[in-house]
Design a protein around this ligand. Structure first.
Ligand code: PGA
Length: 260
């Protein structure tokens, strides 16, 4: 596949200004592999400083509101992310799609809200990483592909140029932060199904959308996962928190760019 590999770190609710040195080290590592596009999504508190201190990689947000401004306490708009130096935003992550659980975690975001956010983000000049993925119960019930294609049908941004600034991240919920990953065959089948959905939604432009794999990607399994057909990169949580582990994943993506 001739698309430039895209490796994105999602720091989630981790990191304070003390970790800016780690981000600078990630930036230096990324500069060694110019054939790999690298992004890092820190907590919003670090966005602006990281964007100015780490110019070699794209800095992004982890969520945004669908309105440009207004009375939405605690929320951040796409325009505000862009103003802080963000180039992209992750939307529809399973930790935001999840219903509020007994501990109070989860945000209950549904497909139509995620689509509205994606369209607002693209309208504000950000590119979007749209996350989809099934739960373990859904996979066990044989519904994984139906769930994921249903999420795409409901949440892919619409608009003439929507595909141009879009990536999709396939993240099985049961693989996130667990150390478990799907088989190569299951990843290949799901990415093929996602590609078909993108072609159906966008026509030829759907061929240029990178499809990332996410869920327990680490230095040890990255090369195998990135070698799967239609895997155009990775969305990395835990292993993106240190330059040492994240650089190894960026390194694993470098051969994918050969001949592209
Ligand atoms: P993980 O998280 O790499 O820690 O499993 C991935 C993600 O949630 O994007």
């Amino acid at each position: 596949m001739a698309l430039r590999p895209y490796i994105v770190g999602n720091w989630k609710m981790n990191g304070t200004r003390a970790q800016l040195s780690e981000a600078r080290a990630i930036g230096r590592a990324a500069a060694r592999w110019p054939g790999v596009e690298v992004g890092l999504a820190p907590p919003a508190t670090l966005l602006h400083e990281m964007a100015s201190e780490v110019p070699d990689i794209a800095i992004g947000g982890q969520d945004c509101h669908f309105h440009p401004s207004g009375a939405h306490t605690g929320d951040i708009s796409a325009a505000q992310l862009a103003d802080a130096g963000a180039k992209f935003v992750i939307l529809g992550h399973s930790e935001r799609r999840a219903a509020r659980d007994a501990t109070g975690a989860g945000h209950g975001e549904d497909d139509s809200l995620i689509r509205a956010k994606a369209q607002a983000a693209q309208g504000a000049g950000l590119s979007v990483i749209l996350c989809v993925g099934e739960t373990e119960a859904e996979r066990d019930a044989g519904r994984a592909e139906a769930v994921v294609t249903g999420q795409l049908a409901g949440s892919l941004p619409q608009g003439e140029h929507a595909a141009e600034t879009l990536s999709v991240a396939y993240e099985p919920v049961w693989a996130i932060g667990t150390g478990r990953v799907p088989s190569v065959a299951d990843v290949a089948a799901m990415h093929k199904a996602i590609r078909s959905a993108l072609l159906a939604a966008y026509g030829d432009a759907g061929a240029m959308v990178r499809i990332l794999y996410g869920g327990s990607v680490n230095a040890g399994n990255a090369a195998e996962l990135l070698g799967v057909d239609e895997v155009g990169g990775a969305l990395v949580g835990g292993a993106s928190l240190t330059a040492e582990s994240f650089a190894a994943i960026i390194n694993a993506a470098a051969p994918l760019d050969e001949g592209a």
